[in-house]
Ligand binder design. Structure first.
Ligand code: PEP
Ligand code: MN
Length: 418
């Protein structure tokens, strides 16, 4: 091998396309050739290609060895030796990268982890929905207000929440801004938590916009394998987890720890198919299932999934998202959630695992460090009438700092009594 060959083999820009079929897997199909749900309708494809080319030559936000370390930590969760607390905004915004806001989220995450860790008697792994959570799947491609129909808001990485034709037009320059906002956020996280004696805070987001994820995917020079460089853990959402779709094919192609959301319609066979696709080697730490069943359904739906997966011998981490199955519209017209329903689903999750003798691996939450009024209830009660005061989320309602701690203490009580 010449020096030129050597340099070329380590240049990510010249590395084999992570989108190409895997030559080592007979019959492997690139995710580029599969249907990708929830992708924006970019009006200018050449502008998109230019931004992707730029991002392709930028440094990744996180390194493979960091993602490997998180995989080890999540293996401890899967084995019942640690608990996970994962949380942050439903949708981060470009306007939300002040030091104060980021610190407040980190403090909330830290306090919840401390409470949960003490209650479970196990170390707590902390993962933010942070430094990359800029893209949202939506129920409808458009939104109508006062007779005007416009593309729906898909997160700050795609368009703006403001309701004008110009603001709602998908703009690929926003993906570049998502990368830079992630870098700014991650920089502060590393500065705040970077001391030798402090445990890391890892980053995660929904891997939704596949062009962006692919542009930040790098080949690890140590192993020749691919890693998403956009965050430590990526998850595939409830709306994009089609077994024959592009999102799962992409997730299968990278070595980061990955998670999949499972809603109330998920079957045990689907869970097994997801394991076969994403974790064929059955390695604890590789795959986390984030269940989001709703308080009324979790006790009926979750047992069969956990029982079948456990009986198969696969060691996934089971994490409860008690937010997304409990959303409703308040009489005042706000999208909201009740703290009591969230606590009830969390309790159901613990009860199901207690019954089956399996490990309740932790919680996935939407919260902020600020005193917003988006969810109702809590010790410092937010009522329907209060919702309009500080409703700041551009997407789903988040717990405020006090409500997040109320939830942590209520979950802690259940852990102790278990
Ligand atoms: C989310 O986590 O914000 C989300 C959209 O979740 P789900 O895919 O579970 O609906
Ligand atoms: Mn959400």
């Amino acid at each position: 091998m010449t020096v030129t060959d050597l340099i070329a083999s380590y240049d990510p820009a010249l590395a084999p396309d992570p989108l190409a079929p895997d030559p080592l897997v007979p019959g492997h199909v690139s995710w580029r050739d599969l249907p990708a749900a929830q992708q924006p309708d970019w009006p200018d494809q050449s502008a998109l290609a230019a931004v992707m080319a730029d991002l392709g030559s930028c440094a990744p936000l996180v390194l493979p060895e960091e993602s490997d370390r998180l995989r080890d930590r999540l293996a401890a969760v899967a084995r019942g030796e640690a608990v996970l607390i994962q949380g942050g905004d439903c949708a981060e915004t470009f306007g939300g990268t002040s030091e104060r806001q980021i610190r407040a989220k980190l403090t909330t995450l830290d306090q919840m982890a401390t409470v949960l860790s003490a209650a479970a008697g196990l170390p707590a792994i902390r993962i933010g929905r942070i430094a990359g959570q800029y893209s949202k799947p939506r129920s409808n491609p458009t939104e109508v207000i006062d007779g005007l129909e416009l593309p729906v808001y898909r997160g700050d990485s795609v368009n703006s929440v403001e309701f004008t034709p110009e603001a709602r037009r998908p703009d690929p320059e926003r993906l570049r801004r998502a990368y830079h906002s992630s870098a700014v956020t991650l920089n502060l996280i590393r500065a705040v938590t970077g001391g030798a004696e402090t445990e890391a805070v890892y980053t995660s987001h929904e891997a939704l916009i596949l062009d962006y994820e692919a542009a930040l995917t790098r080949r690890d020079s140590r192993t020749g394998r691919y890693y998403a460089g956009s965050g430590h853990l990526l998850w595939i959402g409830e709306r994009t987890r089609q077994l024959d779709g592009a999102h799962l094919a992409f997730a299968a192609r990278v070595d980061n720890p990955v998670a999949v959301k499972l809603g109330p319609s998920a079957t045990a066979d689907e869970a097994m198919a997801l394991i076969d696709l994403l974790d064929p080697e059955r390695e604890p730490g590789r795959l986390t299932f984030i269940t989001r069943m709703g308080a009324r359904q979790i006790r009926d739906v979750l047992p069969e999934l956990v029982a079948k997966v456990t009986a198969s011998g696969a060691q996934v981490a089971w994490v409860c998202d008690p937010m997304h199955g409990n959303t409703f519209t308040s009489p005042t017209g706000h999208k909201t959630r009740r703290v009591a329903d969230i606590a009830d689903e969390a309790e159901g999750f613990l009860a199901v695992h207690r019954e089956l003798g399996t490990h309740p691996g932790g919680f996935h939450l939407e919260f902020t460090g600020d005193f917003v009024t988006e969810c109702v209830g809590g010790t410092d009660e937010v009522t329907f009438e209060d919702l309009g005061r500080r409703y700041e989320s551009t997407c789903d309602p988040r717990l405020n700092r006090g409500q997040a701690l109320d939830l942590a203490f209520s979950v802690a009580d259940r852990y102790r009594s278990a």
